[in-house]
Design a protein around this ligand. Structure first.
Ligand code: FES
Length: 116
C-alpha cells in the first residue's frame, strides 16, 4: 500500500508488532533499498541498505543501541544521522518513518535533505 504526497510517497513496510527487535529487514521500492530496524527502545529507523565502504548489506548488521555495525568490515553507522562513526568516514541516506494504524511506513522522496 502507498500514500502519494507532493514529491514523495509513503510505503507501508511492515507490521510494527511483527518486526523483530534489533534485526534488520530489507525493503525495496523502485530504485531504493532500505534497511529497516526496530530498536530495543521501540524506535524505528530506516537507512540506505548499502554500506558506503564496499556495499555491505546493513540490514544484516549487528545493532547496538542506536547504531548498526556493517557485517563486512564492522564500520559503525549512526541510525539517526546515517553518519559512519570515527575513525572511519562516510554516510548513508536516512529515511523518515512513521507508525500508523499498527504499521510502519517509510517515506521515499527526492528531497535533498534526505541525501547524505
Ligand atoms: S562494506 Fe561496510 S565496512 Fe566495509
Amino acid at each position: 500500500m502507498t500514500i502519494q504526497e507532493e514529491n514523495m510517497v509513503w510505503i507501508k513496510a511492515a507490521s510494527y508488532e511483527e518486526l523483530p527487535v534489533n534485526t534488520g529487514k530489507t525493503i525495496r521500492y523502485q530504485g531504493d533499498e532500505v534497511a529497516l530496524f526496530k530498536l530495543s527502545s521501540g524506535n524505528i529507523k530506516a537507512i540506505q541498505n548499502r554500506c558506503p565502504h564496499k556495499e555491505g548489506v546493513l540490514a544484516e548488521g549487528i545493532v547496538c543501541d542506536e547504531h548498526v555495525f556493517c557485517p563486512m568490515h564492522d564500520r559503525r553507522i549512526d541510525l539517526s544521522s546515517g553518519l559512519v562513526q570515527a575513525p572511519d568516514t562516510g554516510c548513508v541516506r536516512t529515511y523518515l518513518t512513521k507508525i500508523q494504524d499498527g504499521n510502519v511506513w517509510i517515506r521515499f522522496s527526492k528531497a535533498e535533505e534526505l541525501a547524505c
